[in-house]
Design a protein around this ligand. Structure first.
Ligand SMILES: *[C@@H]1O[C@H](CO)[C@@H](O)[C@H](O)[C@H]1NC(C)=O
Ligand SMILES: *[C@@H]1O[C@H](CO)[C@@H](O)[C@H](O)[C@H]1NC(C)=O
Ligand SMILES: *[C@@H]1O[C@H](CO)[C@@H](O)[C@H](O)[C@H]1NC(C)=O
Ligand SMILES: *[C@@H]1O[C@H](CO)[C@@H](O)[C@H](O)[C@H]1NC(C)=O
Ligand SMILES: *[C@@H]1O[C@H](CO)[C@@H](O)[C@H](O)[C@H]1NC(C)=O
Length: 438
């Protein structure tokens, strides 16, 4: 099988002319749909509806490589969490937040309400917004002084014990975090937050006062992890620690992804698999991946590549913030080899971190992740990333990075798109069913 590596940079300019994603279309009128009940519209950060879409149209390669680079940072972060270091499980999970704000939702904070776009992240408990006066923040400030219901929590507040390394300055409960090469200093604060039609009084979050470095993202963060200060813990009476989402494709001009909070309106006929808990990393959603089928063949993967081990952190998590699924090396190689065998096109090329790409279009076999109680079948829209002109198609998965002690399989958001994914924490189970939301 001939493997040819596309040397990217020399080709970027000419290819960019051919295969641009039209990320900079005007705002679609559909973007103004308001959130209703307990359901929030979810949109991709690069979608035509997103104010965070790149201002310059990126070439297809550039956007793919950028997403891969963010994934890499996120995977390193996961790896550091489970490598046995001291871990915190509070509002800002751990000493670092890696935020790949792939999907965003609207929230209102304060009285009168100020509207924000928050990044949705299932692997983080953190909730924070850049506040007015923040030194070093780039945009969208929450004007805490304009909100009559805003309050900074004191050092004596019980929540102050749940943040990492809290400090007391002028009796306010403050804490510091590092984010990549940046640092964040925040006050632990409380205000009402309104999600769709639900108003949540006394919501506890971090009000960012200062950041250094350039890697702090502009949005606030809506962590959907399950730690003590997470949204789920703070709204347990309202939402019963239950939510589901359907993630639209990043190319979607339409606006029909959703985050549904609470038990009302959740699918009834859906298959479930148990969620596993890793006490060392309590906010990650582990599942038990037992096998992977490519076409009709269950591929041969050493059991150790899929085994759950809370001590080393090994196993499989489902994550909304990683873009492309990563499998530990032996699992990935088995899947990729069978995939290549079935595609029957010997001209395999690579692109960035993807090693199974083809010129022109291909017919992909279905890949099925098999869990106890649930098979999650992925068709072409979840498996292939295409250049817009159709000149290159890649299998949108990769081996876990080998420069970190990586033992974790991550089922990422591209593979979850157009599925309803239901997190039922009280019953410790995850439901998945096919649903078009693109
Ligand atoms: C915020 O909460 C306070 C106290 O519950 C309430 O009086 C106020 O109306 C709320 N504001 C909004 C915008 O919901
Ligand atoms: C955050 O806390 C500091 C003291 O640590 C205080 O000077 C500042 O005003 C606080 N900010 C807000 C928005 O409450
Ligand atoms: C947190 O950051 C602030 C502002 O950068 C700094 O003044 C303070 O000393 C830091 N506190 C800790 C505990 O690192
Ligand atoms: C978007 O919605 C319009 C009108 O509802 C429909 O005609 C079009 O096919 C949709 N596009 C996609 C990519 O789903
Ligand atoms: C998953 O697929 C396998 C066949 O490959 C089948 O034996 C099993 O019953 C399926 N599981 C569920 C829950 O449908």
């Amino acid at each position: 099988m001939a493997t040819r590596t596309l040397s990217l940079l020399p080709h970027l300019f000419s290819l960019a002319l051919l295969i641009c994603i039209s990320l900079t279309q005007g705002l679609n009128p559909k973007c103004d749909i308001s959130d209703q009940g307990s359901t929030l519209q979810v949109f991709h950060v690069s979608s035509p509806c997103s104010p965070f879409r790149p201002s310059e149209p990126l070439s297809w390669e550039e956007s793919v490589l950028q997403m891969q680079a963010k994934d890499q940072a996120r995977l390193q972060y996961f790896s550091s969490l489970v490598a046995g270091r001291k871990s915190f499980v509070p509002i800002a999970s751990g000493r670092q937040i890696i935020q790949s704000p792939t999907y965003i939702v609207r929230a209102k904070i304060g009285t009168p309400a100020q509207t924000f776009l928050l990044a949705m992240d299932t692997s983080n408990d953190a909730a924070w917004v850049p506040c007015t006066g923040c030194l070093g923040c780039s945009s969208s400030f929450f004007a805490s002084d304009k909100s009559t219901s805003f309050k900074t929590l004191g050092c004596q507040a019980p929540q102050c014990k749940q943040v990492p390394r809290p400090t007391c300055s002028a009796s306010a409960c403050s804490f510091n975090l590092t984010y990549g090469a940046s640092s964040i200093a925040a006050n632990l604060s409380q205000d009402n937050i309104t999600l769709a039609d639900d108003s949540i009084p006394y919501y506890t979050f971090g009000c960012i006062q200062k950041t250094t470095g350039s890697s702090v993202p502009p949005q606030g963060l809506l962590g959907l992890g399950r730690g003590p200060l997470s949204l789920l813990s703070q709204t347990h009476n309202l939402y019963k620690s239950t939510f589901s989402y359907c993630l639209p494709s990043f190319k979607s001009p339409n606006f029909s992804g959703s985050l549904r909070l609470g038990t009302v309106g959740q699918p009834i006929r859906i298959k479930y698999t148990p969620l596993l808990k890793n006490p060392r990393r309590s906010s990650l959603y582990y599942v038990k991946l037992v096998a992977i089928r490519v076409g009709r063949k269950v591929v041969d993967i050493p059991p150790s590549a899929l085994a759950f081990n809370p001590t080393t952190g090994a196993g499989t998590v489902i994550d909304s913030g990683t873009v492309f699924t990563r499998l530990v090396e032996p699992a990935y190689v088995a899947v990729r080899n069978e995939f290549r065998r079935r595609v029957k096109n010997a001209n395999v090329i690579s692109l960035g971190g993807f090693d199974t790409c083809y010129s022109g279009s291909i017919v992909a076999p279905t890949i099925t992740f098999m869990f106890p109680g649930l098979n999650m079948s992925l068709a072409a829209d979840n498996l292939l990333i295409h250049s817009t002109a159709g000149s290159i198609s890649c299998l949108a998965m990769a081996a876990a990075p080998d420069n970190v002690n990586s033992v974790l399989n991550v089922i990422a958001n591209m593979q979850q798109q157009n599925h309803r994914v239901l997190f039922d924490i009280p019953n410790s189970r995850l439901g998945v069913s096919r649903e078009r939301c693109t």
